[in-house]
Design a protein around this ligand. Structure first.
Ligand code: WT7
Length: 652
């Protein structure tokens, strides 16, 4: 095993950090381990504002957890109202920059005002606690406003990433049984309009339960509005002032007193089947852990300008642009567009302009920027930065070193944060003032997180051996259920290995106890830090009239980590392979969303199958990664299929 370099925490940083030394980290970790309920209960009382304190800390009947039972709380109140009695009232909550360059600074007080008004709009439309809203918006302030307005009333929201297609949107609306859709005419991406309302119209053709669509005007382009169903956000807002009673209410819409376990949101993510699963997060535990990690990991201070470059449509944005930072009272940058528009220095321009101090992005973004050369960051003053973060996939040591040298100027700690949609908050990461880092390792589990590496039977594996990454004890921000599918929830997470949460990742732990995440062990790809199921792409492909069978695997890609590689067999017909290949790539982008567009379509005569007829994706994975097949092929029905596929590869 190659010995990698270790970077001790920067002493200047450590001196002012929230957690200042490895001893302090270990003491916290031990305290959490000895009495986890006490540990979390103390934090919950300290970090959150309660309408009524909880009785029991944890009710655990695997896989079902209830945290902080009996407590009454509201996420929107914790993100907004409680800051208004402090100096944070006038502090910017969001500094927004649109892709075209438009700017808005929104203080906590102003954000509270916007949320209060929009919550009243939703009430006026007849929505209340236990309704469900789909939010399909660009990265503009009204996206968090819509989320927080839902949370204020107890409406469970599900944000659908704007890069998803009408088909994908429809599947989510139906699965969630949503009754309202909140959207915009469109948003800006690389100078072009992403027309969101068009996709909503297409999706809603067969969604009878959606009574209203609220449309925010962002791009100003012409869109059809369906009488009785569609409403302009600004028109509904203007109507609030017509009635003095409603006007008063809108200015101070009370936050509902909700149970700790009230369903805050559902976020769909790819699993091992073709059907995305709706990950359910609830209120108190989720808020607690997203907020506390803002302190532990991002070392948040009152004067920080914090920027997480993720899209709010993914969990990173939910936890580390909206709920975590706002609960902790941070100032967050919100940027609408692409990192490379109009040029490759857009990120660095924003860092310089707003004096960003904490910067959190993905290895994919870093690698894409490395490719453009150092002159782009060098043209900007990055001296405001004090901490860098990475998330979404393992960061390769070369990218880590570049990030450290070119962006952090070797003075900013780097936190490589491992977590998942299901975990709600960061699980394994350095605490920047306390834990020495090693490029490529997420380092150590946070206090309260009992991570382990085990074999099929759940037995721990020795140091430096690969195994399944599991978490042994429940934690407050953990997934509560799969929306509408408790059976799948039970099978997926707490029964794969005995009495542990199964992450689906492979990892090893080195002699210092550091975790090195190796990647997924299931049929899930990680493309640009976004989870994508091979089955989802396969089912999109077999919908196409020309395709008989499809097998999809992730293939290594220098920028996106993995790229989508599809093997397809065709139905009888006279197909032009070149034309069809392009058409199929386009087809998948249309069925799922542009981010799922395959890198490669390989049209072939046959797919390797077992004697029982199962496609052997493992062999295809090997072909695209190592260009040969070395593993066990004894269950293969027809060996020539594989030799043919492998040699086809060599010819390319
Ligand atoms: C999967 C979760 C919540 C993060 C955004 C993606 C991979 C995530 C790391 C990391 C190595 C990582 C894992 C995980 N992953 N962060 N720092 N090092 N791998 O959320 O879509 O739920 O995907 O992303 O494979 O299981 P997600």
């Amino acid at each position: 095993m190659s010995q990698s370099q270790t970077y001790a925490p920067n002493p200047e940083f450590a001196a002012r950090a929230q957690v200042k030394s490895i001893e302090e980290y270990r003491a916290l970790y031990e305290r959490a381990k000895t009495d986890p309920e006490r540990f979390w209960a103390d934090l919950a009382l300290k970090e959150l504002t309660w309408f009524r304190p909880f009785g029991q800390t944890l009710e655990w009947q695997a896989p079902f957890a209830k945290w902080f039972s009996g407590g009454k709380i509201n996420a929107s109140y914790n993100c907004l109202d409680r800051h208004l009695t402090t100096a944070r009232k006038q502090k910017p909550a969001f500094i927004f920059e649109g892709e075209p360059g438009d700017q808005r600074v929104i203080t906590y007080q102003e954000l509270h005002h916007l949320v209060s008004r929009f919550a009243t709009v939703l009430k006026q439309l007849g929505y209340q606690s236990a309704d469900r809203a789909i939010i399909y918006m660009p990265m503009i302030p009204e996206l968090p406003v819509a989320m927080l307005a839902c949370a204020r009333l107890g409406i469970t929201h599900s944000v659908v990433f704007g890069g998803f297609s009408a088909e994908a949107l429809k599947a989510r609306i139906l699965d969630l049984n949503a009754t309202v859709v909140i959207t915009a005419d469109g948003g800006w991406r690389r100078g072009r309009e992403v027309r969101l309302k068009d996709a909503v119209d297409e999706a809603l053709e067969d969604c009878p339960d959606v009574r209203h669509v609220v449309v925010y005007r962002r791009t100003g382009s012409a869109i059809p509005m369906k009488e009785g169903r569609d409403h302009w956000w600004h028109e509904l807002d203007a109507q609030l002032s017509n009635d003095p009673f409603i006007h008063h209410e809108a200015e101070n819409c009370p936050a509902e007193e909700l149970d700790s376990e009230h369903p805050l949101y559902v976020l769909y993510t790819s699993g091992t089947t073709g059907k995305p699963k709706g990950i359910l997060h609830t209120t108190a535990g989720y808020l607690l852990q997203t907020a506390i990690t803002m302190k532990w990991i991002f070392d948040l201070r009152e004067d920080d300008v914090y920027w997480c470059t993720a899209d709010i449509g993914w969990v990173t944005g939910h936890s580390y642009i909206v709920y975590g930072p706002l609960t902790a009272g941070a100032t967050c940058i919100l940027y609408e567009g692409a990192p490379d528009y109009p040029a490759f220095d857009r990120f660095w321009q924003i860092v310089e302009k707003y004096r960003v101090s904490i910067f959190y992005t993905s290895p994919t973004a870093i690698r894409a920027l490395i490719k453009q050369g150092e002159r782009w960051p060098e043209a900007h003053d990055l001296s405001s930065l004090r901490l860098l973060g990475s998330v979404g996939e393992p960061i390769n040591p070369a990218a880590w070193e570049w990030y450290n040298r070119v962006i952090g100027k070797e003075r900013c700690p780097i936190v490589d944060t491992w977590w998942q949609t299901e975990t709600g908050a960061i699980m394994i990461s350095a605490m920047p003032g306390a834990i020495p880092t090693k490029p490529g390792s997420a380092t150590l589990p946070l206090p309260g997180i009992v991570a382990d590496i085990v074999d099929h039977n759940g037995a721990p594996v020795p140091a430096n051996r690969e195994g399944y990454l599991v978490i042994r004890q429940p934690w407050p921000s953990m997934i509560r259920n799969i929306w509408g599918d408790p059976k799948r929830f039970q099978e997926q997470y707490w029964s794969r290995v005995p009495s542990a949460y199964f992450t689906g990742d492979a990892a090893r732990r080195d002699e210092d106890g550091y975790f090195w995440v190796l990647g997924r062990v299931d049929d899930v790809m990680n493309v640009s830090g976004h989870r994508l199921s091979t089955m989802e792409v396969e089912s999109a492909l077999v919908h196409h009239p020309a395709v008989a069978e499809a097998a999809v695997v992730g293939k290594p890609h220098e920028i996106t980590g993995q790229a989508v590689c599809c093997f397809v067999t065709l139905k009888q017909g006279d197909w032009n392979h070149q034309v069809l290949g392009n058409e199929l790539r386009q087809w998948v982008a249309h069925e799922i969303g542009p981010f799922a567009r395959p890198d490669e379509i390989r049209i072939t005569d046959a797919l390797p199958k077992t004697r029982s007829g199962k496609i052997m994706r493992r062999l295809l994975r090997e072909i695209v990664t190592t260009h040969a097949v070395t593993g066990d092929v004894t269950t293969l029905e027809d060996l020539t299929v594989v030799t043919k596929l492998a040699s086809q590869q060599d010819e390319e």
